[in-house]
Design a binder for this molecule. Structure first.
Ligand SMILES: Cc1cc2nc3c(=O)[nH]c(=O)nc-3n(C[C@H](O)[C@H](O)[C@H](O)COP(=O)(O)OP(=O)(O)OC[C@H]3O[C@@H](n4cnc5c(N)ncnc54)[C@H](O)[C@@H]3O)c2cc1C
Length: 663
């Protein structure tokens, strides 16, 4: 291949014939994550069949971000070529918004979480014309707030939900091996044993887990489990209380940056011609008699309302599914029974503590009275979670209370030699599981499986499931929508590498050269590869054109200034919050929670988003208020008081609109 091509962002096609399935680090060393790096070596797997957008897919943005702002090289890149089709720039949003108003689509997707973005990609790659509207930012709902595991779920095995485990393990293998090896990486876990009887019991479970995985395509990609003595456990994880363990079992699962994954999924859908518009809320369904023929949508950036017409609408709105049921009821004749999906929200809270606070290597999976607790390495941090409690308050901003935080500290401190305190906590986030309502009241026992329903012609609702199985959910939803349409091919998303995946292994192999040629250290290059895959060349182009963007961000040295610029130029970020919370994870990875970075990032992205000094100030003020409200909520004793405190800071999208409307 053209070796310079990677640096210039011209990603060339290479065939990866890496041979037999099996994870190995190029160079032969074992896969041990380095502090500060989310990256891991790619799995060596057979190459995926080529999958390219069909000829005639609508081009991307007709306009290009100002070259002077971005640097010549990136400007040129964004102006044409196949890569440009996956660029979610402000200009692309404007063009897609125009398409929403003017076209009749095959499918309109409501919701830009992992499910909705997956539906958009599934449908677009079948050759359908697709629009997607997301009320806030990509992954702003549950899909940026998960435990970030791509897993079969040992717990479901214990519940004998074998079909779910099998399905999820198939997906895990596909994601690691073909679809997103740059974003999904292997993660070793230690299951500490506290009683001797647990060894045969858990041992049988983990054995079955590995055997299940081995029987799936790509299933042999991860090392098999191994039993550890008490001494070996403490050597692997010195931070465990010696008297709390009698031994352990190590097994492998996988990890993903959930928000980045959704953006990549969305960009891949855009590359196949989907029109994607974040900050666009569906407010009503359009009806032709009983049939749903589109939706009324409010553009929260431009303060306008439009009608989007489609042959069918798929609502993938997670914990907001009942809202779509209400929209449906509003258009039904009076007295009609309400049919839809009943979804209940269950709150899950996670804490981030610095890596140095716990002396250990692999992740931990711990048993709790009602569920399991994970302690997961995450760059320079550990993620500790989660809780599982019913939530019927604000779904936009679920809040963590002291009750949640104390519970997590208590559970993890049960096994740690040096107990954690509140002072160790740098970040906290809360998310809501969209659980299909069942007869059981205990949320951890409600179904994690998904459901697809078509309550009236032209409307498909999909909810439930888990992140790991988004692709199956998406396929099922599209299958339901096109059931009676002639000539629609079956889903091929199992064959379709996401943006950045295709030449990731070649880019990884070239990482030392990339480090030399750019002057960045190898750890930085590996980290960038784990975030952008083979698209890293575009970012490095930007650095060449604008060397000032090679500076780390203030207060967040793991991120370069270029990454903030790229987030708005190519990854669909429209607000400061999007950059600090989801394109990067600065909001939970720093003790200042992004406050020390906000001003610089706002100044960097302002020219691309067309912000004046007033808008910059408003964005920073909003972000600061959000952080303050979250900190406040985390001092409150229960859900109700935490929710009230969190609601002290409104959503930036609504706030921006209100400010624009004020005299
Ligand atoms: C604490 C926690 C931990 C988890 N951990 C894991 C894990 O480790 N592994 C795993 O596999 N799964 C995990 N899950 C489950 C997984 O995260 C979810 O199943 C998944 O993210 C749901 O995605 P979704 O797209 O269906 O919903 P969401 O991500 O919530 O997306 C729905 C979107 O719809 C948008 N929307 C709503 N109404 C409208 C409207 N009217 N107009 C336009 N847009 C609208 C919302 O803004 C939102 O972005 C976890 C969940 C939680 C809460």
């Amino acid at each position: 291949m053209d070796r310079q091509g990677l640096i210039r962002g011209e990603v060339s096609r290479v065939t990866d014939d890496a041979g037999p399935v099996g994870l190995r680090e190029p160079g032969g060393s074992t896969n041990k994550p380095t502090a500060g790096s989310q990256s891991a070596p790619p799995a060596a797997l057979p190459a995926a069949p080529p999958a390219e957008p069909p000829a005639g897919s609508p081009p991307a943005s007709p306009t290009v971000p100002p070259v002077g702002v971005l640097g010549g090289a990136l400007g040129v890149l964004l102006s044409g070529g196949s890569l440009a089709a996956g660029v979610l720039s402000p200009a692309r949003r404007a063009a897609d918004l125009r398409r929403l108003a003017g076209e009749r689509f095959d499918l309109l997707v409501i919701g830009g979480g992992v499910t909705g973005a997956g539906v958009a990609l599934d449908a677009a790659s079948r050759g359908l014309s697709v629009a997607l509207v997301e009320a806030r930012d990509y992954a702003a709902g549950t899909s940026s707030r998960s435990s970030k595991l791509i897993h079969g779920g040992l717990r479901y095995l214990e519940q004998l939900n074998l079909a779910l485990v099998h399905e999820a393990l198939v997906e895990r293998g596909l994601l690691l091996g073909r679809l997103a090896p740059h974003l999904v990486r292997p993660q070793p876990f230690l299951l500490p044993l506290t009683r001797h009887w647990q060894r045969p019991y858990y041992g049988a479970g983990v054995l079955a887990y590995d055997a299940f995985a081995a029987a799936t395509p790509f299933g042999r990609g991860l090392p098999v489990h191994r039993h550890l003595s008490r001494r070996a456990v403490l050597a692997e994880f010195a931070g465990l209380r010696p008297d709390a363990v009698v031994g352990g079992i190590e097994y492998h699962d996988a990890q993903v940056d959930d928000a980045r994954f959704v953006v990549t999924l969305s960009r891949t859908a855009a590359r196949y011609g989907a029109a994607l518009v974040p900050s666009a809320r569906a407010t009503a369904l359009l009806r032709d008699g009983e049939r749903v023929v589109g939706a009324r949508v409010t553009d929260l950036e431009g303060r306008r309302s439009l009608e989007v017409r489609a042959r069918a609408v798929v609502a993938a709105t997670g914990v907001w599914s009942d809202d779509v049921g209400e929209m449906l009821a509003a258009g039904n004749p009076p007295g009609s029974p309400t049919v839809g999906l009943r979804v209940r929200a269950s709150k899950g809270v996670h804490l981030l503590v610095p890596r140095a606070a716990i002396d250990g290597g692999p992740g931990l999976i711990l048993r709790t009275p009602t569920s399991v607790l994970f302690v997961i390495p995450w760059g320079r941090h550990w993620i500790i979670g989660t809780t599982d409690t019913p939530w019927d308050l604000s779904r936009d901003h679920p809040a963590a209370s002291t009750l949640d935080i104390d519970y997590l500290l208590r559970q993890v401190n049960g096994v740690l030699a040096r107990p954690l305190s509140r002072a160790d906590i740098q970040g906290v986030y809360a998310g809501l599981r969209p659980l299909l309502a069942g007869e059981s009241d205990a949320t951890s026992r409600l179904s994690r499986e998904h459901a697809v329903v078509e309550p009236v012609p032209g409307l498909v609702l999909i909810a439930g499931g888990k992140y790991t199985t988004y692709r199956v959910m998406a396929r099922d939803a599209v299958d339901a929508a096109v059931r009676y349409w002639p000539g629609v091919p079956p889903s091929t998303t199992h064959l379709l590498p996401l943006l950045g995946a295709r030449d990731y292994r070649a880019a990884w192999a070239a990482r030392t050269r990339l480090a030399t040629s750019t002057g960045l250290d190898i750890e930085r290059i590996e980290r960038l590869l784990g975030r952008y895959g083979d698209q890293v060349g575009v970012l490095l182009d930007l650095l060449r054109a604008r060397p000032d963007l090679a500076e780390p961000l203030p207060g967040a040295p793991d991120y370069l200034a270029a990454e903030a610029v790229y987030a708005v130029a190519a990854e669909g970020a429209l607000h400061l919050d999007d950059v600090l919370t989801r394109r990067t994870r600065i909001s939970v990875e720093t003790a200042h929670r992004g406050e020390a970075t906000a001003g610089r990032v706002a100044t960097l992205i302002a020219p691309i988003l067309g912000w004046d000094p007033h808008a910059i100030r408003r964005e920073v003020e909003h972000y600061t208020a959000r952080v303050a409200a979250e900190r406040d909520s985390q001092t409150k004793p229960d859900d109700r008081t935490a929710d009230a405190a969190r609601l002290g800071a409104p959503d930036v999208r609504g706030a921006a609109m209100a400010a624009d409307l004020s005299p």
